[in-house]
Design a protein around this ligand. Sequence first.
Ligand code: GTP
Length: 381
Amino acid sequence: MTEAILLVGGQGTRLRPLTSHIPKPLLPVAGVPFLTHQLARAAAAGITRIVFATSYLAELFAEEFGDGSRLGLELEYVTEEVALGTGGAIRNAAERLRSAPGEPVLVFNGDILSGLDVAALRDSHVASRADVTLHLQRVADPRAFGLVPTDAEGRVRAFLEKPQTPEEITTDQINAGCYVFTRSVIDRIPAGRNVSVERETFPELLASGAHVRGVVDDSYWLDLGTPAAFVQGSADLVRGRVTSPALPGPTGESLVLPGARVHPGAVLSGGTVVGPGAEVGAGAVVDGSVLLTGARVAARASLSASVVGRHAVIGEDSVLDAVVVGDGARVAEGNELPPGLRIACGAFLPAHGVRTSASPAPCTAQAVAHSGVPHASSAAH
Ligand code: GTP
């Protein structure tokens, strides 16, 4: 197995406003565009050629990775004029594959951070002569996922929608977003229309008697789709809880990238990343957070599990817990921002613009604007 299709066309809506200008797979995670970690892992497993299935902000992928030679890979880019869904995207990208009908092809989502043994997944697929083999992950709380029960031999028995009641939780195995397809199976996906591989292709394969297998791998796995998962994945890489051949330096409690300035009186912990050209002032405490390029955290500000977008500014003595601040936004001094708050790109939050008690629920910058803060803005997207 030397070829792969990489799904990177999604809009990353759950990560807005971070994904307003950068597709989710290109957001910097532990110092490099997130995808770099998974590309390096695929290369290490013997993949030499990857077809990117792009749609949203498609041109940025080629700008970042070019022909792939820097990573020891040959990369090709296929762009959908209209997003085709996960299955439609796989079918569309398959036009560029060179593998023979009987050969295995790796297909993976561009937003999963995992320690999966890709070679073992391939070996299992080849040995069992399956049509498709899915990487399955066991999770403590499967309510947010489609479930994939298997029999004792690893054959998939069903694809179940997200469970609504405790009785419907019949397994803790979920689809982990990485598959080995026998090439000819991809070619049978309908062309030219929107297809969901999870909701349409897999159930239909099962119904038609195809050999669909699941391989449970309990190594590190995280879907970086939400702000909470994004900061966690970044921190886990920095702290060495998941390894990556693409990490730019040794792991520890924080990663300070070249050109960043951190005052000696500031405290960085919990796998915090300070991006290139970012600044952290005296007495600031930044825990488990991500400061993107050129972000500025002023003196005595306190951040935990938050993301500060490119060139955004956090004023002195502000307190942010699980907040996402869009590119170029400014939070004036002394603000205490409630968990879940998202501030739009370019927005301005004046001093004491949000009172925690007045905004108990997660809200967007638009909601902040409606709550009467005069200059908060959801423009500049
Ligand atoms: P949300 O909008 O926050 O749900 O994120 P997302 O757009 O990334 O969707 P989701 O997490 O369900 O997508 C799983 C993977 O499939 C991601 O790697 C997406 O980039 C990719 N993907 C989803 N839809 C499409 C599509 O229509 N075309 C292509 N090429 N990729 C897609």
